[in-house]
Design a protein around this ligand. Structure first.
Ligand code: CU
Length: 186
């Protein structure tokens, strides 16, 4: 219980700092009309990866969301280190969202959303999409393992609006070495 509270607090804190970052970025650049598109790429490392640089995306995955409470596709395989651009479309008539995380994190988050349905926050690993619209998530899968994505609109997660992402570990040593060197900062 204590852990959940602290993770909720951490979520709130990141949401608040993201807000400040957004404001700072909006005022530091030329465009005041679209503050959300000018946010700096977050360096926060999560158990399921980190925000990706759109320029480094190795693939684009279109994800459809429907009022049947399903994602299409609902399974995805990626390689560790890959940056994926998700184009998340809402084909339904009600609000849907795609949130990427670990199964544990998403379940805790879904519970929280049930208790506080009006709560809103923005994170680079989520996209809230109005009916008929599309939004993007750019995410880098830095750790291998089984992850999940889900719609956390109250009731949707429980109705099965979830999907699976499998991240395959980098095994080839030479490739890992080359990549490590390329990313090394002097
Ligand atoms: Cu939904």
């Amino acid at each position: 219980m204590k852990r959940r509270i602290s993770s909720v607090a951490a979520l709130l804190l990141t949401a608040i700092s993201a807000l400040y970052l957004g404001v700072a970025a909006a005022h530091g650049t030329e465009d005041h009309k679209k503050p959300t598109t000018k946010k700096a790429i977050s360096k926060d490392e999560h158990p399921w990866g980190r925000e990706g640089d759109p320029k480094k995306a190795v693939r684009t995955v279109e994800v459809d969301m429907s009022d049947a409470m399903r994602f299409t596709p609902d399974k995805l395989e990626v390689k560790q280190g890959d940056t994926v651009k998700f184009v998340v479309k809402n084909r339904g008539k009600v609000m849907h969202e795609m949130v990427i995380g670990t199964e544990k994190e998403l379940k805790a988050h879904a519970e929280m959303m049930k208790k506080h349905p009006g709560m809103e926050h923005e994170e680079p690993y989520m996209a809230h999409v109005s009916p008929g619209k599309k939004e993007e998530i750019v995410w880098q899968f830095t750790k291998p393992g089984d992850f999940m994505f889900g719609c956390l609109i109250p009731g949707h997660f429980e109705a099965g609006m979830v999907g699976k992402i499998t991240v395959a570990a980098l095994s080839a040593k030479p490739a890992a070495k080359a990549e490590g060197h390329a990313r090394h900062k002097h």
